[in-house]
Design a protein around this ligand. Structure first.
Ligand code: ZN
Length: 86
């Protein structure tokens, strides 16, 4: 089973071009919780850099949105069970 990842937009520090970066959710969550550095990557320059405070906040928000979606998905089987029983 593939590891769940989060795709988000990053701004390249070399050319300010926006591109999409994909990082495993576990890595982001761990980095945010422990205060560890998060490495971001820009496709255009093949460049890695450490996420800034603003970028970490952006990731934190993305993760909280994701949690809401997960919650919604978890509600569905219960509704199906109810329908099957009725
Ligand atoms: Zn670039």
């Amino acid at each position: 089973m593939p590891e769940p990842t989060l795709t988000f937009s990053v701004t390249c520090p070399d050319c300010a071009l926006e591109s999409f970066s994909e990082i495993p959710i576990a890595v982001i969550a761990n980095g945010l919780l422990t205060g560890k550095e998060l490495r971001l990557y820009s496709n255009c320059h093949g460049r890695y850099w450490t996420a800034t405070f603003a970028e970490r906040e952006q990731l934190r928000k993305s993760l909280s949105v994701l949690k809401l979606e997960t919650h919604t998905i978890q509600e569905r089987p219960r509704a199906e069970q109810f329908e099957a029983a009725g």
